[in-house]
Unconditional design. Structure first.
Length: 221
C-alpha cells in the first residue's frame, strides 16, 4: 500500500493530466448526449477503459520491488495484447457520420478528445515499458523493439477495426484469429488494404511517439 502511495505521489502530475483529459472527454460526451438526445457514442467509455488497461499494467509493474524476467515477460505479453486498444480510438472517427449534421463539429470534438486521451496513456505506457524492459534486459535494442511494437499495434488496430477482433479473442477464439493473421501474411497481395493500413497507421504512431518522447525529454531537461 505504501509503495502505491509513493508511486501516486511521484506520478501526480502525469495522473492529473490523464484525469483532466478523461474528465474533459466525458463532459463533452455528456453535452453531446444532451443536445443530440442520443447514446450512440457511449461505446467510447468502454474503449477508453480498454485503453487504460496497458497503463494500469505498467503502473502495477512499477510497484513491484523485485521484478523477475519471467514475471515481466508474462505481463509484457498481457500488456501487448491490450495495447492496440488505445490507438484504436483514433479510428472511431468513422462514427461521426452517424451524427446530426448540424452538430457535426461536436461529434468531431468528442471522438478526438477520447482519441487524444487514448494516445496519451498509450505513449506514457510505452515509455514506462521501455524503462522496465531496459532495467531487466539491459542488452535489448529498446528503440528497435519499440518500433516493432508500434507496427504490431498498427496491425492490431486493423484486426480490431476491419476484422472486428478484440483482445479477449486471443484466449476465447485464437484459432480464427491466427488463421486470419496467417492468411494476411502468406497472401499479402490479396490483402493489400490490410498492409497499407498497417504501414500507414504504424507510421502515424511512430512519428507521434517520436514527438511525444522528445517533448517529454525537453520538459525534463
Amino acid at each position: 500500500m505504501e509503495t502505491i502511495k509513493i508511486l501516486i505521489q511521484e506520478r501526480f502530475k502525469t495522473l492529473s493530466l490523464i484525469t483532466v483529459a478523461l474528465l474533459f472527454s466525458s463532459i463533452l460526451l455528456m453535452v453531446r448526449m444532451k443536445l443530440n438526445k442520443s447514446y450512440a457514442f457511449l461505446f467510447l467509455i468502454w474503449n477508453v477503459f480498454l485503453a487504460i488497461i496497458p497503463y494500469a499494467i505498467t503502473m502495477y509493474l512499477n510497484t513491484t520491488s523485485k521484478l523477475s524476467k519471467l514475471k515481466l515477460g508474462f505481463w509484457f505479453m498481457a500488456w501487448l495484447a491490450f495495447l492496440p486498444n488505445a490507438p484504436y480510438i483514433v479510428t472511431d472517427l468513422i462514427h461521426i457520420r452517424i451524427g446530426n449534421d448540424a452538430l457535426l463539429w461536436l461529434d468531431v470534438l468528442v471522438v478526438l478528445s477520447f482519441a487524444l486521451s487514448g494516445l496519451l496513456v498509450f505513449y506514457i505506457s510505452l515509455l514506462d515499458m521501455q524503462t522496465l524492459v531496459k532495467s531487466i534486459f539491459k542488452t535489448l535494442p529498446i528503440e528497435m523493439m519499440s518500433i516493432a511494437i508500434l507496427f504490431l499495434c498498427g496491425f492490431g488496430v486493423y484486426l480490431g477495426r476491419f476484422l472486428r477482433y478484440n483482445s479477449w479473442e486471443i484466449i476465447s477464439g485464437p484459432q480464427y484469429l491466427f488463421i486470419d493473421i496467417l492468411n494476411i501474411i502468406i497472401t499479402p497481395f490479396q490483402h493489400f488494404e490490410a498492409w497499407l493500413f498497417t504501414f500507414g497507421f504504424s507510421a502515424f504512431l511512430i512519428v507521434g511517439f517520436w514527438m511525444f518522447k522528445h517533448l517529454n525529454t525537453l520538459e525534463k531537461s
